[in-house]
Design a binder for this molecule. Sequence first.
Ligand SMILES: Cc1ncc(COP(=O)(O)O)c(C=O)c1O
Length: 348
Amino acid sequence: MNFDLQKIVRENVKNLTPYSSARKEFSGAAQIFLDANENSFGSPLAQNYNRYPDPSQTEIKKKVAQLHNIKPCEIFVGNGSDEAIDLLFRIFCRPQIDNVLICPPTYGMYEVSAAINDVTVQRANLTEDFGFDLNAIQSSIDENTKLLFICSPNNPTGNSFDREKILRVVETFGGIVIIDEAYIHFSREQSFVSEINNFPNLVVLQTFSKAWGLAGLRVGLALANEEIITLFNKVKPPYNVSEIAQQAILRALENKSQAEKTIAEIIEERERLIKRLQKLSCVKKVYPSDANFVLVKTTAAEKIYKFLLAEKIVVRNRNNVELCAGCLRITIGTSEENDNLLEAISKI
Ligand SMILES: Cc1ncc(COP(=O)(O)O)c(C=O)c1O
């Protein structure tokens, strides 16, 4: 592989002097903080939030590092993994010059972030059976392709991609390969986090929004070698993860078994829902899932979607997405929610 990180980073990012926050310049024990223009009186409405949060999310990184057996300097903590996606564009892609590669159907934010950053998207569609098309990927790459997004398990198809094929792409691509593992905890496959020091161009994304059940906090992770993470830290807003979010994430990390229990329950519900859906006459196919949702090919997606809405149940209509004609994406709910869904669909 011909990969040189310094060659693919945007010049303005290389030359950037990052914002130096008051809280970052000071370390040690002080009692009176008059350095950050905070309000020392605080607010009686939400106590203990008058101070800026830790800009480096030190405690979270220590815990995540232990969890993955990596170093804190190999972790970026973002305002959702959506923030990490946006920062990747800002670090590596020159607007109107560079491009990125996605493998549709896939997570929609890669394309939205590209559009916001005025960066072109190349598309190497998955095969009919939602496999990775290595030839299409190779032929879509040019010298300005900076990022290659691989979502595994993939949203909305729910499958994981072949590990060897992914590794071949990481090995051969001269830009950054992003493996988005938002749904990895529901998967039978092994994470790629253990590979971050084997590949200088690998970024793994994970999130607290799915398996950890904390989407409302907006916290996601980018895991990569220290050189890449330093770039993330250089461009991120100084206080990008709120105090409430940091405290709640720490509590979650200290109670890992809680998340593990929920994951097991969701997987059990997923298998039950799949079996029940397969019996319905309006269902043509339920695709295998490594995630907390299932993609279901139906006889009449629009009609079923609207019927469910009238029953006050919202699923995701993917009928107009490439390779997903007739498909609805259904998130695995609680047992009761899934029963209500099944009961509603069986009325059709
Ligand atoms: C594949 C994928 N990546 C990332 C995200 C966003 O995660 P976050 O909530 O951490 O921004 C989602 C959300 O649905 C997703 O499906």
